[in-house]
Ligand binder design. Structure first.
Ligand SMILES: C[S@@+](CC[C@H](N)C(=O)[O-])C[C@H]1O[C@@H](n2cnc3c(N)ncnc32)[C@H](O)[C@@H]1O
Length: 236
């Protein structure tokens, strides 16, 4: 079972309470991607970002992929035939379509701004898997295509009240079994009852290891976009 299966029903409740501001993220993407450019979102989740992009520009040609059927089901209801959606794992994804832009908004992972530097957090824990995933993303881009990755604040521990008396909490510890990884456990609770819980492991790449990883997969790093909210890599 994929990590997001158990929390799919609660995902939108958390997201629309401010975890991500999809409207703002979509506006910033629309500033750098024109309607003529085709877009694939890696780890599309429940389709919240693609929906906001379509509100801004109904002519966007959008595709979303995800390996969690329960998330895709919600995305399908949300987007109907306004986007092409398919189920696949980034590690084994092989498609003949080519895109101008790929987006990861927490899909493969995200950059995290620690204040001094940007670290790259991914859902895949070993080097080989990360290279393979990035190669698969590079393979579905046209030459010179952009890979846009969101930049987040540092992950920390907190409780956050959502609607209907539901509280979200996340708890982060360094992994004792996997090097350079953190384990993030999150819960949706109502009173003493745990409605859903999941654990995610993030691998953290820092400093020169980030450029080395992307270069091996066929990307060069272009740096932050003008909004400072995204990190951009370009297919070589
Ligand atoms: C934090 S959610 C982000 C969802 C969406 N991008 C958004 O902005 O709301 C991460 C998504 O990435 C998907 N994901 C994680 N690892 C994946 C993999 N190896 N292959 C495909 N999808 C993956 C999960 O199923 C989940 O839907």
């Amino acid at each position: 079972m994929n990590e997001y299966t158990g929390i799919a029903d609660y995902y939108d409740l958390l997201m629309t309470s401010g975890y991500y501001n999809h409207e703002k993220i979509a506006k910033q993407i629309a500033d750098i991607v024109s309607p003529e450019q085709s877009i694939i979102e890696i780890g599309v989740g429940t389709g919240l970002l693609l929906e906001k992009l379509l509100e801004l520009e109904p002519n966007y040609k959008l595709t979303g992929m995800d390996h969690t059927a329960a998330m895709l089901e919600i995305a399908q209801k949300r987007l109907g035939d306004r986007a092409k959606l398919f189920e696949a794992d980034i590690l084994s994804m092989s498609i003949s379509d080519r895109f101008d832009v790929a987006i990861s908004n927490g899909g493969l992972g995200a950059f995290v701004d620690s204040g001094n530097e940007l670290d790259f957090y991914t859902h895949l824990t070993d080097d080989e898997s990360n290279i393979k995933a990035l190669q698969n993303i590079a393979n579905c881009l046209n030459k010179g295509g952009m890979f846009i990755i969101n930049i987040q604040g540092v992950h920390d521990n907190y409780d956050k009240p959502l609607a209907e008396g539901i509280v979200y909490s996340q708890d982060i510890v360094e992994s004792t079994t996997k090097p350079d990884c953190i384990e993030k456990t999150f819960y949706f609770k109502k009173g003493d009852r745990i409605l859903a819980t999941q654990q995610l492991i993030y691998r953290i790449f820092q400093g020169e290891a980030i450029a080395a990883l992307f270069n091996k997969a066929g990307f060069k790093l272009s740096g932050k976009d003008k909004s400072g909210q995204f990190f951009i890599a370009s297919k070589m």
